[in-house]
Write a protein that binds this ligand. Sequence first.
Ligand code: ATP
Ligand code: MG
Length: 192
Amino acid sequence: MLNIVIFGAPGSGKGTQSERVVEKFGLNHISTGDVLRAEMKKDTGLGQTAKKYIDQGQLIPDELMIDILAGVLDSFEASKGVIFDGFPRTVAQADELKKMLAARGQEVSVMLDLDVPEEELIERLIKRGQISGRADDNEETIKKRLLVYNTQTSPLIQWYKNEGKYVHIKGCGELEEITEQIVNAITAVKNN
Ligand code: ATP
Ligand code: MG
């Protein structure tokens, strides 16, 4: 079983790149951001709660996020593995993911860190906001999200280095070249 964590700051291209490799490797894709946006669109209780945090550029509380993730994982049909896009975002979430997978006799295969300079992230997110109309893609909220990333999420780089799972991906440049680095990294762990 492949368990791929695709990691990176907001706007680093986690969603775009995940979509490009799920089919190739026969993986299930879980994007926590997409799950939350679907709940917001349906205006469920969960969606209303999520909206309060997302509009402020904050993370959804760990306990809630972990419950959601566990639910989605349980709903998956058998596959060759899972690509985790947007989870974990805190050390507590990484600890929990490790436990959840261990309970299934599995582990994270590799963590792919999509590294993009901050100026480019801001540029991409502002552009995306103009097209997608995502309420959190405005300059003020983008700045908050980057701060949250730098304080709460980026410690996971060292966390996964300690686990021996970390792979750096140069996340700027041609889309195709980025995908190629990701495909190579997944192929390497797959053949292990
Ligand atoms: P990308 O553009 O690389 O796909 P992103 O940061 O723009 O990344 P999403 O991953 O879609 O966007 O997340 C959107 C928002 O959903 C986050 O800013 C956060 O508030 C919430 N969220 C998503 N995943 C988590 C998580 N694991 N823990 C807490 N909050 C989360
Ligand atoms: Mg996304």
